[in-house]
Design a protein around this ligand. Structure first.
Ligand SMILES: [Zn+2]
Length: 143
């Protein structure tokens, strides 16, 4: 059985400050952000892509997976405009979108920097990478 990335002691030691919710399932994702890549789990048993990260495949129950890069291109599936409570590092109103990636999985991300009135379900978006202080992050922008 192989675990994607290098989950285990090395991952914990190397995850640094950028992963406030980091654990063995999520560390690969944060390492991808540090390299300005969006990484998604791909099942080693059946090839299914999945997001959010999980230890096992919901399709075939395999624990074998690899982290594969995705394009960051997609369309808004849904969105909310966050008003309250304040989130450190974000101004309100703060748009947050659920995006259907071209590869067929969904990601949730901030869309700060985009006017809330410009968001529409179905609008094309592109991921962009940024730093929030010391934290490697991503957000979506309208394409
Ligand atoms: Zn599978």
């Amino acid at each position: 059985m192989a675990y994607g990335g290098d989950a285990g002691g090395e991952a914990v030691a190397g995850r640094g400050h950028n992963a406030p919710c980091s654990n063995r399932d999520f560390d690969f994702f944060y390492r991808g952000l540090e390299a300005e890549q969006l990484l998604i789990q791909k099942c080693g048993g059946c090839g299914a892509l999945r997001s959010l990260p999980t230890p096992a495949c919901a399709e075939c129950r395999s624990f074998d997976w690899q982290a594969v890069p995705v394009s960051g291109e997609g369309r808004i599936h849904s969105f909310v405009i966050h008003h309250y409570p304040p989130l450190p590092g974000f101004e309100t109103p703060h748009p947050i979108a659920v995006v259907d990636l071209a590869e067929g999985v969904r990601l949730v991300a901030a869309m700060d920097g985009t006017a809330p009135d410009d968001l529409q379900v179905g609008a094309p978006v592109t991921a962009e990478f940024l730093r929030r202080g010391d934290v490697a992050a991503y957000r979506f922008r309208l394409s």
